[in-house]
Design a protein around this ligand. Structure first.
Ligand code: NAG
Ligand code: NAG
Ligand code: NAG
Ligand code: NAG
Length: 401
């Protein structure tokens, strides 16, 4: 049962949007003031100085990053940089929703790390381009292949250039897939010390939710329609319609969509969820969600399939899209993986397949795994006890790698 990030996105959006529990803010009603960056609205408000940075990818997308150099102590730490990379339909704000002493970026800064938050193309604070605008269809011509080869590459290279040091990496959900894809091609490894992967997404063969499976099938069946739209806007009429259809035909009670699509979360406070709904979900490319659906339906981790041999030949020089071979990740590259029993996107069976098959020959001392009996997909970055369950083990791991 794979859980697709697509699904994740859909679910996330849908769940959040459709769960109109009293007192909860509707997704469709959130007001966005776009004048202030993430530093001003989410980081300085927690008492941390913050710098906004911009980096342009090789294909012209202008991405924003936030940097926290100084922790509570008020003086600059002595540890290397860390880059944090968010999931699909989300942006860097998802890392800083909990209070400062429970959120990974602030905990890292307080421990002396130089913390950088990346935002992938198409999200609210990374929607610039050297020649295109978000209303151009061409702006949305990408999937997680490009997030891996262009966005992640630019973000890592920028931090490396700027600090003159190799960095640590921490990713959530889609932020793990794009890193694993790069590592499997032996990219970026010269600039990264080690990687912590929260709710890792690679194989999507065991999605337990009929609604998610149906969402993936629906997107693939109507791919031409969706691709014409270019941008996947979670709050749009089209997406609400899709979700309504999926709920109806899978017999799903959509009043509990969030839980349905990400798995039940054990430990996220209502305040954190309310703040989450103020800022997320973020748009993505429909092509990206179709690519995730392809991973679900083909049970292969491959590049985007253009759906016909001629176009695949044009893009890849072969009839079928090339596959990512996760077993090619160098065996001595230090990895930390954490996953949870209640996660229906990073399903336990799929994560364990990655660990026990692709990574079976990984050097013993270079692969660490944390498993939670109670965590769902979002707990890893938002739970009120994530510091004890996940972040402290990650700090130990960084110290040793
Ligand atoms: C976080 O800070 C609050 C208020 O300052 C305190 O009550 C709480 O115990 C702290 N939590 C952790 C995990 O340190
Ligand atoms: C990093 O530095 C190299 C060499 O000076 C330069 O070619 C490249 O454009 C820089 N990249 C970024 C993202 O800063
Ligand atoms: C779902 O079913 C309800 C009740 O049968 C109907 O009112 C609604 O229009 C349906 N929604 C969609 C999107 O098909
Ligand atoms: C859907 O779930 C909600 C909350 O659990 C419940 O109040 C509601 O009655 C359910 N609706 C249906 C049609 O089962």
């Amino acid at each position: 049962m794979p859980r697709s990030n697509i699904l994740f996105a859909l679910l996330f959006i849908v769940l959040l949007g459709l769960s109109e529990a009293p007192g909860r803010r509707s997704l469709y009603a959130f007001a966005s003031s776009s004048s202030d960056g993430i530093c001003k609205s989410m980081i300085e408000t927690q008492g941390y100085p913050c710098q906004e940075h911009k980096v342009t990818t090789e294909d012209g997308y202008i991405l924003s990053m936030q940097r926290i150099v100084v922790g509570q102590s008020g003086s600059k730490g002595d540890k290397p940089p860390v880059l944090l990379q968010h999931g699909v339909l989300a942006d860097a704000i998802t890392w800083v929703l909990a209070p400062y002493n429970k959120s990974l970026p602030f905990i890292l800064a307080d421990n002396g790390y130089d913390v950088w938050l990346g935002n992938t193309r198409g999200t609210k604070y990374s929607n610039g381009h050297t020649s295109l605008s978000t209303s151009d269809k061409a702006y949305w011509e990408w999937s997680w292949d490009e997030l891996s080869s262009y966005d992640l590459h630019a973000l890592v290279q920028y931090v490396y250039n700027h600090t003159g040091q190799k960095l640590y990496y921490a990713g959530h959900s889609q932020g793990t897939l794009i890193a694993l894809a790069a590592f499997s091609q032996k990219n970026l490894l010269n600039m990264i010390r080690s990687a912590a992967l929260f709710a890792p997404i690679a194989h999507l063969n065991n999605i337990p939710s009929p609604a998610i499976q149906l969402a993936a099938r629906s997107l693939l069946a109507t791919a031409l329609y969706w691709l014409k739209l270019g941008e996947f806007i979670p709050k749009s009429q089209e997406v609400r319609q899709l979700i309504g259809t999926i709920c109806n035909s899978s017999g799903t009670n959509c009043s509990d969509l969030v839980k349905l699509f990400t798995g039940p979360s054990c430990c996220i406070s209502f305040t954190t969820i309310d703040t989450l709904l103020l800022h997320e979900p973020q748009p993505t490319a429909t092509k990206n969600l179709i690519h995730f659906s392809q991973v679900v339906s083909t049970r292969k981790i491959a590049k985007y399939d253009y759906g016909n041999p001629i176009q695949n030949m044009q893009h890849y020089g072969q009839l079928n899209p090339p596959q990512y071979n996760m077993a090619s990740i160098p065996k001595d590259f230090p990895l930390f993986l954490c996953y949870g029993k209640n996660d229906i996107l990073a399903d336990v069976k799929d994560v364990e397949f990655l660990i026990n098959n692709d990574l079976k020959d990984h050097d013993k001392g270079k692969l660490e795994v944390v498993y939670s009996e109670e965590y769902g997909h979002l707990d890893f970055i938002m739970a009120s006890n994530a510091k004890e369950v996940v972040y402290e083990p990650v700090l130990d791991f960084f110290k040793r790698t």
